[in-house]
Every structure is written in structure tokens, then in C-alpha cells.
Design a binder for this molecule. Sequence first.
Ligand code: G3I
Length: 376
Amino acid sequence: MRLFHSRVARVAGSTLAAATLVSTHVGAAAPAHRSALAGLAGPRGGPAADPLRTLAARVGLRIGTAVSTDSLRQDRAYRRVTAAQFSSVTPENAMKWESVEPTRGTYTWDDADRLVDFARANRQVVRGHTLVWHSQLPGWLTSREWSAAELREILRTHITDQVSHFAGRVRAWDVVNEAFEEDGRLRDSIWLRALGPGYLADAFRWAHEADPDARLYYNDYNIEGVGPKSDAVYDLVARLRADGVPVEGVGMQTHLDTQLPFPTRMRQNLQRFADLGLDVAVTEADVRITLPVDPTEQLAQEAAYTRALQVCLAVRRCVSYTVWGFGDAYSWVPDAFACQGSATLYDEQLRPKAPYFALRRTLQLAAGGRRTAGGA
Ligand code: G3I
């Protein structure tokens, strides 16, 4: 507890210093930046100095990444960075319903199990992602009509089997993902249509029954700032908690864009969820840039990554800061947004970029600027 309080005080006092550091770091000092890279880098796979996870541990924070299980299997440098830099991992796709049950009743846990084993071997926690979503559902589920009773049983079985399979090995679950529209209405999904809004409480109850020790989250995008969507999520989780439903955290995905404003009053927003007795987490951070990259956009990107981390550090119940992948070659952004990319902490050759160093500095400042000895 003391650790968290000192973390808050130091971050509040160092915000300005961090901002100054960030801007001088890129703007004034290309040579310094290059020498920092040279000193830290070594082979593809990243820096040898204190990794993010070591620095984050000093301020009581988990630093995480989404992981592509294909890359983990095939790419040694990718494995090295994943293990060295991060203390939490989230399967980018390997625990989604279409991945784990492509044929009804036949589970394919292998990829996800490998990631969980990797995490255990590297003293990382696992964020399970995700149990109830409208997307990446298996074809057998979406290709025909079901009665409400059938669909409810299918969902209950899915949640129970998946959470039971990973019980004791997954620290937190994104139980429900992206259930709201931007205006705060519940999203028109297969679940809402058949089961009504009660599916939300049921999902959390079923997950809790299958693993009472897992931390259960609601997770969404564009809820980082105060607005109609985060208001709706706030109302939902407040009501669920009042009804005794075991929701224990809210995940702010934090997919940002340098061309868009930073989320409105993000710290106050996270704090109001924390004040309900919930954990909060940054669960999928990235900051996309309109290509080609220019120095102004790079600065804006660094600032956005840094501000989101500073907010998390300033809210005592913000337990983790997870980036949605760490290499531009592996990022979902270019596939999803025409002419945008360069959204992650590492370049296409897995060399750390300016936002990586900005996060390191922010964590160092939060810990009081102490030099650290390395080793996660
Ligand atoms: O599995 C098929 C594979 O069989 C095929 O060969 C390949 C060819 O492109 O496609 C594979 O499926 C892709 C899948 O990722 C697994 O790689 C899909 O096309 C692709 O659309 C899918 O994208 C994922 C996306 O969720 C789906 O909505 C991204 O990798 C993943 O980063 C993204 O993650 C989401 C979070 O779960 C929720 N929040 C938003 C975030 C970004 O969209």
C-alpha cells in the first residue's frame, strides 16, 4: 500500500519534469537518442538496460503486452522481448472463441496453453481475453439461428469450460468486451438480441463460479475519457456491483490516434471507477500515426503514450498498463486503418523507438529517478 501512495505523490510531482524530458529527448537530441539506442540495443531483441517490467515493479505496476502466439512460436527475438520487457501478457487472439472452439464441443487450447506456460516460465501474469464478444465468434455459432434457451446454454458452457480450463493460471479475464455503442446504448449483438441485457450479469456470475480467484473485468475502447460511453459503462458496473455481481475491474483499451484529442479527463474517469471499489487497467494501448511518419506526429505519439501511463500511475487502483503488441511488424493497425501505422513501441526490426524510451523515463521518474540494477 505504501508503495502505491509514494507512486502517486511522485508522479504528481514529476508530471512537468516528465513532459520536459520527453520533449527534449526527441526534439533536441537526435544524437543523444541514437547513442541511447546504441548503448542499449545490441542484437534485434532490444535493450540490455533495465527493462520496463523492472522499472514498473518498483512502482507497483504490471506492464503488459498483447502476444501473437504465432510470433511467439516462430520468432526468437520476439520471444526475447516478450520475456524481458513485460510482466503481464494478453493473448491477442489465442483465447478468443473462434480460436478455442472452432468446432462445437472440440476445444483447441494448445496455442493458449503454450502462452500460459511461457508466462509461468517467465514470471508473468496472464490477462485472459476475451469471453463474451460480438466478434471473432466461431462459424458454427454464427451460421444458424438458435433459440434464446440454446444460446444461453451455449454461452454458459463456453464461459464455464474456458475459465475452468485456465483456473489458477489466468490472473484476470476480460469477461465482457465492447458491449456498448459510442452513444452509450448497449450494442446490438447476438447476445443482446437473444438474451437481453441480463447476459452481462450472467457472464460475470458464470466466470466467477468457474474460478473464484480470477479478477473479472469489463473491457472496452473509447471509454478512457469521460463521455457518454464511459458514463454508460460506469452506470452498468455500479449497478452490477450494487446487485452483488462479481465484476472487479474495468479495462480501458486506449487505442489512441495522434490526430485525435487525448481522452477527456482520463484521470478523473479512471478515478471514478476506482471509487466504486474496482481495479482499472490500461489494457490495449497503442498510438497510431498517419503515414508517412513526421517528427511532429512522433512527438504527439510519445506524449500520448506517456500521458496514458502517467494517468495510470496517478490512480492507485490502476494495476496494469498493457500495450497491444510491441512491434510495428506485428501490429493490427495497418490492417484496420488505411494509411496509418507505426503505432507501437518497437520498429519493424524490433528496435525500441522513442515511445519505448519515454515509458522507461516515466517509470524511472515515478520511482524517484533511482538507477536500477536490471533483471526482471
Ligand atoms: O485466423 C485467420 C487465419 O486463419 C488466416 O490465415 C488469416 C489471414 O489474414 O487471418 C486470421 O484471422 C485474423 C485474426 O486476427 C488472427 O490473426 C483476422 O483476419 C484478423 O481480422 C484478426 O484481427 C484481430 C482483431 O482483433 C479481430 O477483431 C487482431 O489481430 C487483434 O489485434 C484485434 O484485437 C482487438 C481486441 O481483441 C479487442 N479490442 C480491439 C483490438 C483491435 O482490433
